[in-house]
Write a protein that binds this ligand. Sequence first.
Ligand SMILES: NC(=O)c1ccc[n+]([C@@H]2O[C@H](COP(=O)([O-])OP(=O)(O)OC[C@H]3O[C@@H](n4cnc5c(N)ncnc54)[C@H](O)[C@@H]3O)[C@@H](O)[C@H]2O)c1
Length: 346
Amino acid sequence: MSNLRMGIIGVGGIAQGRHIPVFMELKDRVAITAVSDINITRAQEAADKFGIPKVYQDYRNMFQDVDAVTICTPNKFHAEITVEALEAGVHVLCEKPMAITVEECEKMIAASEKTNKVLSIAYHYRHMKQAQAAKKAILTGAVGDPLVVRVQALRRRKVPGWGVFTNKELQGGGSLIDYGCHLLDLALWLLGDPEPVQVLGRTYNRLSKTPGQINEWGPIDHESFDVDDHVTSYITFKNGVSLLFECSWAANIKEDSEHLSISGVDGGISVFPFEHYQTSKELFMNTEAPPVVGDEPGLHQAENFIDACMGQAELTVKPREAMKVTKIMEMIYKSSDSEERTLLPN
Ligand SMILES: NC(=O)c1ccc[n+]([C@@H]2O[C@H](COP(=O)([O-])OP(=O)(O)OC[C@H]3O[C@@H](n4cnc5c(N)ncnc54)[C@H](O)[C@@H]3O)[C@@H](O)[C@H]2O)c1
């Protein structure tokens, strides 16, 4: 079978830092034949750097040269580019989040179903070894029925000061839609894609709006800062599970931490690092895996996408699952903006 011809749309940080090098590593199965960027100088530089033959400013002109594209533009353009690519007969791997709104996600899914082309979203945390171990453990009954889930994605004073991460118009939000989405997606996947019924959310940005703050990831303009830098949420699901969520780019905490744990009826797991807690008669039993080194989730993500395009594997990240992450994030933002809160009587 000949190689999959891949195009990259938007050749900024994540395209050059992850997708292009990973597809190059898989050169026996995929060939990057074209890149596109509205910034044609950047597109040409990337093509020269990686030896990619064709360069386009308008991504629409690239569809004739490729079987699949990876979309690495700001979030605002994910939906429209995905729909156009699918309708041109091209498979799509779209960066996360799937889109800013559920309405956009629905259009992406409709286009994929109509054209019968593959659509996946780059929620690469699912491909981490520890996440894979947790998924396998859960499927073999490690926690039994899940009850309570704790998710934390916390960085100490690291607002990404480069690119468009703090641009609400282009990205749709800040720490939640950029970073928290990964851990939220991972939790939903481990839980088997449960149906959310209630979402309470609260977003903050007071710290980043205060002048003179230390920020380890470059300067930020406190005056124009208008996205969330810290978010909390309480989410309940139809199956009775509740999820306690917190994410931040800029917390005043001791150190960065990523935490995802599930307490169930028969046991518990924690993902980073992978641990499994059980009881046996009157004993507590813990299974612990050491932290993983040399993990390559981006490579496994690319392999799964290529396999799916070739009809050789099921997608690890299905679009309807990714849409649910956007749905919950939309509800968190709405809940935080809403005047209607659940209040105790005075
Ligand atoms: N999976 C992850 O962990 C991860 C990490 C970083 C970024 N991302 C996602 O990747 C996407 C891009 O982020 P980035 O950090 O690479 O941004 P970036 O700003 O470095 O690069 C984006 C590129 O897209 C180009 N672009 C903008 N609009 C375009 C359009 N309409 N057509 C073609 N090109 C266009 C820009 O000129 C720029 O070169 C975002 O959706 C972000 O959420 C994911």
